[in-house]
Ligand binder design. Structure first.
Ligand SMILES: [Zn+2]
Ligand SMILES: [Zn+2]
Ligand SMILES: [Zn+2]
Length: 316
């Protein structure tokens, strides 16, 4: 019963830290909520895991050293299981997306320890909102309990309201971005990946309307920063296309993105055949002599591919 008590106390303390005006307590909020989450998760593993769930974990190799349910949370050397073990377990037992919430909190906790001394209030709201989703799932679906009874009505309502407010902000941002004319199909894939460089917030909005351009200002609803679109576009393209580029090149294909000869950013998207940053389009796509494709690097050869261009110069 200790685990559950400690988990509840830790989460409640974290929520109190979160509610406090003093920004120094933000760090303590992240630490307390995170450790409370892990304790509650361990409580679930040690007390509430069903036989089917235990065998599913064994079968997936997620709890290799455990003979019985009761030793899942302890490793051989008597340390309790850590974040990576929990990740494996989550992937077997939990619905998709739930673990993402805890991962975000874990990242925040590491950032707190290593990089940042302070947090923007908006950033904390996102974490608390993420945490609401995780706790709701864990308590209602896995522990089969009422979160109001487990955490107390006051605490649960703070989490719930924060999540609600965060969702409203999110909607406001999406609505503002919907006012923009996104003139290439790839934008629609990339928009959900746009993020503020500070604390990686996705809550970006704009006061502009009309065609997208790379000088456009995006405001971060979490930290208040104003960011030019070109400051995040290249990074977003790189992050989004990285896995596909890797696979394509590995199997002998071409990269799906390229460096634009006009603006020098790696924001040329071949499937749209346009640079998302400056709108540059290739003049030539097919070699007039051999009908091979003409890359963006070969645009200066007057409609010939590099090979044919070199042949022609030699002939002259
Ligand atoms: Zn920000
Ligand atoms: Zn360009
Ligand atoms: Zn050619």
């Amino acid at each position: 019963m200790d685990l559950l008590d400690n988990a509840i106390k830790s989460i409640q303390m974290g929520i109190e830290d979160f509610e406090d005006e003093d920004s120094k307590r933000a760090i303590s909020a992240v630490r307390n909520i995170y450790s409370g989450d892990l304790l509650l998760f361990k409580y679930f593993l040690s007390e509430k895991l069903t036989d089917e769930e235990f065998w599913a974990l064994k079968k997936a190799g997620a709890v290799q050293n455990s003979k019985e349910r009761s030793d899942i949370i302890f490793k051989k050397d008597n340390r309790t299981i850590g974040f990576s073990d929990l990740a494996k377990i989550c992937h077997v037992l939990f619905k998709e997306g739930v673990w993402e919430n805890v991962k975000a909190l874990n990242k925040a906790r590491n950032d707190v320890e290593h990089h940042y001394s302070e947090y923007s209030p908006g950033f904390l709201c996102r974490l608390v909102s993420n945490n609401f989703a995780f706790l709701k799932y864990l308590i209602e679906e896995k522990l089969e309990e009422d979160p109001i009874i487990i955490l107390g009505e006051k605490y649960w309502n703070i989490l719930k309201d924060t999540e609600g407010n965060y969702k409203i902000l999110e909607k406001k941002c999406i609505n503002s971005l919907n006012q923009i004319q996104w003139w290439a199909p790839s934008f629609f894939k990339l928009i959900p990946w746009f993020q503020c460089p500070e604390f990686s917030s996705h809550l970006l909005e704009t006061e502009e309307k009309g065609d997208f351009h790379n000088e456009m200002l995006l405001g971060c609803s979490e930290c208040g920063n104003k960011i030019h679109a070109y400051e995040i576009l290249e990074e977003t393209v790189s992050q989004y296309f990285e896995p596909e580029n890797y696979i394509s090149v590995r199997y002998g294909g071409d990269s799906l993105t390229g460096i634009c000869p006009e603006c020098q950013l790696e924001t040329y998207i071949f499937e749209d055949d346009i640079c998302l940053s400056c709108g540059y389009k290739r003049l030539y796509t097919e070699c007039a002599r051999c009908h091979d494709g003409i890359s963006i690097e070969e645009q200066d050869f007057g409609g010939l591919c590099g090979y044919c261009y070199n042949l022609c110069i030699k002939d002259d």
